[in-house]
Ligand binder design. Structure first.
Ligand code: SF4
Length: 354
């Protein structure tokens, strides 16, 4: 049933009249879900379209990463510790769920600290944490590597699939494949990197953006500020989430992240290789770098047949435009990661849109 939003701000948004069609991209997987869950999407004025961007970390992770993790599990017999979303994601030829049912030791954890605990409890086994996420989680993952080194837990390592979001947005805008009038910018990533980190959207690409939080009031407020900028042709980045985000971010978190990780090129599903968009582990922590510790060769990665996650993550389509949506592809039988992850656009549309 449609959630009814009340209040003055909701009425202002509901009754807004646009003088032209507008396409706004939300970059963040949590925003994707929250726009639906809170009902804010239902009160968008006519002519306002929300498109999803590359903001779900599990979705943007390429098959190659998961193929490598599985191969390490097979060849080196490590315990694989991972967030739950990754378990059901199809790899090129398998999935962690399938491997687990075949005997691989795959354990779901709720934080990288849990993975380090597993390593401490199993000194005779190697434990590899699948480190997949954006700036929001990278500081915690870096802190765990520092802790593993400091407290001498040599059987712990991480497979870094960490990514940085601004380079992906920069790449999308530079590719110019899709009309984007403005951005709703993720609040939690911005709490780490600061609102100023998004200045390039306005300065280099001539689009406005608004940093927004996640409850209904935050979302409505963020959209209204963005519409106001667009109406007035004001090309700037506004921070509408000041209770959590400042201009320069969390300097301590950034420092911890930089202590352990080094910016590197990374491949994104649907977008390809983006310079400086990944985080590799510095040589000083090579003993905790699963890629160096467990060299494997992996077969040529294979895309999921018919899956259009890549197009979705570039804002080219919405989930209902994928021919497999809700038919061959459902949360119980997902063809691609965008239907598996709780932050994936297909999962959000399946849960709320229908
Ligand atoms: S509905 Fe399924 S197959 Fe289609 S894009 Fe989404 S995850 Fe891929």
């Amino acid at each position: 049933m449609e959630k009814q939003l009340t209040g003055k701000m909701a009425d202002i948004l509901r009754n807004k009249r646009l003088d032209r069609e507008l396409r706004v991209m939300e970059i963040c997987g949590t925003h994707t879900t929250e726009f639906f869950r809170t009902g804010v999407k239902n009160i968008f004025p006519e002519g306002l379209t929300l498109i999803d961007g590359p903001g779900c970390p599990v979705c943007v992770t390429t098959n190659d990463y998961l193929d490598r993790a599985i191969e390490i599990g097979r060849q080196h017999g490590v315990i694989i510790a991972t967030f739950g979303d990754m378990v059901k994601v199809p790899s090129s030829y398998s999935s962690l769920a399938k491997e687990k049912s075949g005997g691989m030791d795959v354990r779901v954890v709720y934080s990288p600290v849990n993975a380090l605990d597993i390593a401490r409890q199993n000194p005779g086994r190697e434990v590899m944490f699948l480190s997949v996420g954006f700036e929001t989680t990278a500081p915690a993952e870096a802190a765990v590597v520092l802790e593993a080194k400091k407290t001498n837990v040599p059987n712990f390592s991480i497979l870094s699939g960490n990514k940085l979001t601004p380079p992906a947005v920069d790449a999308l805008l530079a590719a110019d494949e899709v009309k984007i009038d403005g951005f709703i910018i993720p609040g939690h990533v911005s709490a780490v990197i600061g609102a100023d980190a998004w200045g390039f959207i306005a300065a280099k690409h001539g689009r406005p953006g608004v940093v927004a939080g996640f409850d209904a009031g935050d979302l409505i407020g963020g959209v209204l500020v963005l519409l106001n900028l667009l109406e007035n042709n004001e090309i700037t980045i506004k921070n509408a989430y000041t209770r959590a985000v400042n201009a320069s971010g969390n300097l301590r978190a950034i420092e911890v992240m930089r202590d352990v990780f080094l910016e590197s090129d990374a491949s994104w599903r649907g977008i390809g290789l983006i310079p400086g968009s990944g985080l590799s582990i510095r040589d000083a922590f090579a003993d905790f770098d699963a890629e160096k510790k467990f060299p494997v060769s992996v077969p040529e990665p294979r895309e999921h047949r018919g899956c259009r996650c890549g197009d979705l993550l570039r804002g080219l389509i919405i989930p209902t435009q994928c021919p497999l949506f809700g038919k061959a592809c459902t949360p119980e039988n997902a063809v691609g990661p965008c239907m598996v992850s709780s932050e994936g656009p297909c999962s959000a549309y399946y849960k709320y849109w229908r």
